[in-house]
Write a protein that binds this ligand. Structure first.
Ligand code: ADP
Ligand code: MG
Length: 400
């Protein structure tokens, strides 16, 4: 394990031209589940063959006045599998993360709408996390001119408490602090990973940790947010290429030395959000209600403020600081990452109200504009350098 705080303090030296782009918003409609099949409620959403961006409420749907069409970047119909979802809504973000952009992919929707199916999937149908991992490693294999260091972290956010799912001591609670480069999770475990198998092992042990810590697993899994993050460092193997420009300075302030290279450092975060439904039972509200959706509520508020900002409305305050989730995402949401959001909905009229509320959130996201930048630093202390020194030392010892 590596302490995260050791690598969070870089000065960025050079950023590529910022590109402005919108959040990629996808809506995935899952197939009906057995309960929905047994009821004769039927599917309320129609996705016209000719238009992959259009979602229509079936004619004659009762209980709503929302008869307008919904337009999103991607509509994923019930028959689309995780491979398809990866291709349309995640691959570009994963590849960009490899090139030095921060990227965030998150799943939003009511409980049982398919968030975990989409992100984690099953052994039969791997989700976006395992597909991203395998894509990353295959991209690394086909990029022989660069060297890479990948580190993984995995945390759960429950009742405004951050739990490190990879800590050697289980259940360790982590705290946030604000550094020069934004919010840092103090002491978060990051594990260097060298293969898909490494990552899958970590994910499994993290999942087991979550389950052990939960007295009521179903309730907990629907109320907690899970953040899986891969930090990617890379630099050219060719000493002549991508040398830091003359005049560049290291974080310590010294001028670049001959041979200092630019290191790209970026993160790919994949977030399985808590269920978006309103918790109405008073028992739940009393027990945990003060916190249950503090993070989700604040996320919604932040998104709507950002949307207002983008449409040049007068916004005085974006309440990032009001929840752990928005503090964690502050850098990304305030424009330093590429973001893809996959909103999951049930097909059934039984869940119509929640589905519409999910789509309304998704519409707000469409209005947010981001300016992602490539992260490149001159840093002789980048972990990739430290690893290399260790390897060189080990080799030398072997030769002795
Ligand atoms: P959530 O994480 O949003 O609470 P889940 O991903 O756990 O929901 O999905 C609830 C159930 O529905 C699971 O049994 C899951 O396998 C199934 N499911 C969800 N989406 C799909 C889908 N697109 N295709 C097949 N089964 C799905
Ligand atoms: Mg889930």
């Amino acid at each position: 394990p590596i302490e995260a705080s050791s690598m969070m303090d870089f000065d960025e030296y050079e950023n590529e031209m910022a590109e402005t782009e919108a959040v990629l918003v996808s809506v995935r409609v899952r197939p009906p589940n057995p309960v929905e099949l047994r009821s004769d409620a039927g599917s309320v959403w129609t996705i016209p063959e000719h238009d992959p961006h259009l979602l229509k409420l079936a004619k004659g749907t009762e209980g709503t006045r929302e008869d307008r069409d919904w337009i999103f970047d991607r509509i994923l119909p019930p028959h689309s599998d995780n491979g398809k979802v990866y291709g349309t809504s995640a691959r570009r973000h994963v590849r960009s993360a490899m090139e030095g952009y921060n990227a965030v992919i998150f799943a939003y929707g009511q409980t049982a709408s398919g968030k975990t199916h989409t992100l984690s999937g099953s052994s039969m149908e791997p989700g976006i996390i395992p597909l991203a991992i395998s894509d990353l490693f295959s991209q690394i294999r086909s990029t022989p001119d660069r060297e890479f260091l990948l580190r993984a972290s995995y945390l759960e956010l429950y009742n405004e408490t951050i739990i490190d799912l990879l800590a050697t001591v289980p259940g360790a609670e982590l705290h946030l602090s604000e550094g020069k480069k934004g919010v840092v999770i103090n002491g978060l475990t990051e594990v260097a990973v060298r293969s898909e198998a490494d990552v899958k092992k970590l994910l499994r042990s993290g999942e087991d940790r979550r389950k052990v810590g939960a007295t009521d697993w179903n309730a907990r899994s629907s109320r907690s947010h899970c953040v899986f993050r891969i930090t990617i460092e890379s630099r050219s193997r060719n000493p002549a290429i991508e040398e830091a420009p003359v005049g560049a300075r290291t974080p310590g302030g010294r001028l670049k030395a001959a041979g200092d290279k630019m290191t790209r450092i970026s993160t790919l975060s994949i977030i399985d959000l808590a269920g978006s439904e309103k918790h109405t039972s008073s028992k739940e509200r009393n027990a945990e209600g003060k916190h249950i959706n503090q993070s989700l509520l604040t996320l919604k508020l932040v998104i709507s403020k950002l949307a207002d900002l983008a449409s040049k409305r007068n916004v005085t305050h974006v309440p990032y600081r009001d929840s752990k989730l928005t503090r964690l995402l502050q850098n990304s949401l305030s424009g330093d990452a590429l973001i893809s959001v996959i909103c999951t909905v049930s097909p059934s009229s039984l869940n119509l109200a929640e589905s519409i509320s999910t789509l309304a959130f998704a519409q707000g996201l469409k209005r947010v504009v981001l300016k992602a930048q490539k992260k490149e630093v001159v840093d002789p202390h980048a972990l990739i350098q430290q690893y290399q020194n260790e390897i060189a030392e080990l080799r030398a010892q072997l030769r002795e």
